[in-house]
Design a protein. Sequence first.
Length: 424
Amino acid sequence: MDQFSIHPNGPLAGTIRAGGAKNSALKLMAACLLAEGRHELANVPRIIDVDIMAEVLESVGATVERLKGGDLVVDSPPPDQLNPEVPYELMERMRASIVVLGPLLTRCGHARVSMPGGDDFGNRPIDIHLNGLGAMGARFETVHGYVEGRVGDGEDAARLVGNRVVLEYPSHTATDNLLMAAVLAKGTTVIENAAREPEISDMATFLNSMGASVRGAGTSRIEVEGTDELHPARHTVIPDRVVAATYLAAVGLAGGEVVVEDARADHMEMLLRKLGSLGLRIEQTPEGLRAAMTGPLHSADVATLPFPGVATDYKPLLVTMLSVADGVGIVTENLFFGRFRYVDELRRMGADIRTEGHHAVVRGVPRLSGATVRASDIRAGAALVLAGLVAEGSTQVSDARHIDRGYEDLAGSLRSLGARVTRG
């Protein structure tokens, strides 16, 4: 069956790795379309979303292969052999698939993609992407459910032209899309109010290794000097900070001591402060981030914000921790409307949570109660699995395929730390 089964089994102990970042690997795979030849990406997680992105790339003419050692090879064809159209059945499966728009448009001069799908936690329009690319000379129209973009007039494709682009919101995915489009544009592009996530810096590092000129990644102002041609490169994906946070939250809930050996404190500084206020002791050691929990969790208020603030992907983990903490915590969602939909599932497990608009009031209870619950998205599903670690009796989390989109064998990873978790 498509579910996780969890039973409480006491404190956790051991060492684990977060592995490669999903939110970086997917964009880096798309970036391989920018240069003809064989690209090699190391530390790419074995997750469903990577498989979907591989299908997206193959649909436009690239080949994708997983080597025995684990590296991912993307072989990108010349522009005249690229098919710059991604079918609906692939785009609707994953939100991040929209990042092929920038590479296809800048390399081929035109692109046709359907509106992307992905996790269902509120409206996330792609206007920021289209407006930014439009400022660089692209024209768009929506026809039969597809977004069609073209650079130049008539049948003659032209190059995008560098410009100053001011994002109305520091969207991570839009920044990636514009960054990839700009590296082959004519002239200089400046992206203002750019996203500052570590994954953006990872993208810039990869692009620069391909021969691009990107400066300022990791700040709110990124400057890109366009070039005529890029070349293939090899790159190692940064660690997944959300997966690392999942293991830290597991320790906070179940107790014990765990080392996440590839976690980077500089990628999750604000989260670490918040976890510390909840009572989790975290320190950087030569082995990695060591997390220990011996006493009860304490309540705290949480507000999601763009990086370097607390990411919205962390919030289901924090709400789950607050549900068994001493006191009352107020959680505010500032990024996506509707991302409290998993709260009803926590209530089924005995959590005392009241939501109103963008806010949730979480009153901690001594212990949750095992129940059958459903994963509505990747992070909510992972949070429900963690809730099962501190719930009396048995917990079943259905629709586990959502979790598989972002975690490489979550059940096995938690078992290696002493948890009693199986995947059916």
